[in-house]
Write a protein that binds this ligand. Structure first.
Ligand code: PLP
Length: 392
């Protein structure tokens, strides 16, 4: 394969719930969930059933026709969110691509030159050329110039910078309610509410990138529900079909008219297999018991992480929302997140990094209390070993 990834040497072959097993049959506790994707863990019986049933019926028809699972999933999403229209695609990056294209077409039709997109430093919106251009981390766009033009970045959570940036030339402001790749940093409510007011004032669209924060991860179906701000466009992907590739852009009927017949499309978007699994996932995510579990396990994980971090002086107070948690490394451990992730895996617990200075935890939303406890025990062992290593 192209050397754009550096996978760990261990290869998972089977999973169940929040545990997976490698080729040697060694069990690993999964606090990573495929980077916030396996929302209901591995091999959830309801998802296996939904996929198997659909696999025996109809795999693909393309968008010259529609299909029942896509209609059912669109109906679920519009029933349970602000949205009235859905565009299905295959990844979070594609969902953002659709949102940015919608914003540009909407703005250009409204006024000459109304096509600037404002985004935040530290943000991550995907790996297509448009999404690395909008994303606020140079490391993802370097070398791919020329980038997409007329994009302005403001510091995250900086209300004054946003006030200066949002002008009548802006067609959209895009923000992650919790910056995921950028370090698991929640947007302040003040920043988001001001953003909504400024977008209204300057007739710009407010786009929430909920690819990572969405699909139950923060304790509500989408994070916006907790923030007192309703976006014009919401993008998601990752956990929406629990590990089956899917992406979705949600918006209103009025704004959806910016993408009339032929303006945008995707061969696989709205694929029946993906949508059948997505329907099963969203139905599960609506259960109050699952939401309760997110809160309870988040509290347990936070408490355990704070205890390990302070015992070894490795990280400060855990931040984040629901089961999207970040542990910012202390100055002595800055730059070591990759090494800590590797040490944790050696002790059979899979965790993530968010940049070089933050550890990230995004387990399945239905993770069990005993799995969190066991994962914390293994992580504590790895951290103890690291902090006692020569030179520390
Ligand atoms: C906030 C956010 N937006 C977009 C993406 C891109 O999603 P995908 O990798 O499915 O294209 C990601 C992926 O990590 C993300 O976290």
């Amino acid at each position: 394969m192209v050397p754009s990834y550096r996978p760990a040497a261990r290869i998972p072959v089977r999973g169940a719930g929040s545990r997976w097993w490698d080729q040697d049959g060694v069990e690993v506790i999964d606090f990573a969930a495929g980077i916030a994707v396996n929302a209901l863990g591995h091999a959830h019986p309801r998802l296996v059933e939904a996929l198997a049933q659909q696999a025996g019926r109809l795999w693909h028809v393309a968008n010259l026709l529609t299909n029942e699972p896509a209609l059912r999933l669109a109906s679920l999403l519009t029933t349970h969110t602000f949205a009235e229209r859905v565009f299905f695609c295959n990844s979070g990056g594609e969902a953002n691509e659709a949102a940015f294209k919608l914003a540009r077409r909407w703005g250009n039709a409204r006024a000459t030159g109304k096509n600037r997109i404002v985004s935040c430093l530290g943000s991550f919106h995907g790996r297509t050329l448009f999404t690395v251009s909008v994303g606020g981390q140079a490391k993802y766009s370097a070398g791919f110039e020329p980038l997409v033009a007329n994009i302005l970045h403001v510091p995250f959570n900086d209300v004054h910078a946003l006030e200066a940036a949002l002008t009548p030339e802006v067609c959209a402001f895009v923000v992650e309610p919790v910056q995921g790749e950028g370090g698991v940093t929640p947007a302040s409510q003040e920043f988001l509410q001001r953003a909504a007011a400024l977008c209204r004032q300057h007739e710009a669209l407010l786009i929430f990138d909920e690819v990572q924060s969405g699909n139950g991860r923060t304790g509500t179906l989408y994070a916006y529900e907790q923030l007192g701000v309703v976006p014009d466009v919401l993008t998601t992907g990752k956990g929406l079909a629990g590990g089956f590739p899917i992406g979705a852009m949600l918006t209103t009927t009025a704004l959806s008219k910016a993408l009339p017949v032929g303006a945008h499309g995707s061969t696989f978007g709205g694929n029946p297999l993906a949508c059948a699994v997505g329907e099963a996932v969203v139905s599960e995510l609506l259960s109050p018991a699952l939401r309760q579990n997110v809160h309870a396990r988040a509290k347990q994980l936070r408490t355990g992480l704070d205890e390990i971090g302070s015992r070894h002086g490795m990280w400060g107070a855990t931040r984040g929302l629901g089961l999207l948690l970040g542990a910012p490394l202390s100055s002595r451990w800055v730059g070591e997140s990759g090494a800590i992730v590797a040490a944790a895996l050696a002790d059979n617990v899979s965790i993530l990094q968010a940049g070089v200075d933050v550890l990230r935890f995004a387990p399945a939303l239905n993770i069990k209390e005993e799995d969190v406890a066991e994962g914390l025990t293994r992580l504590a062992a790895a951290c103890g070993r690291m902090s006692r290593s020569p030179g520390r």
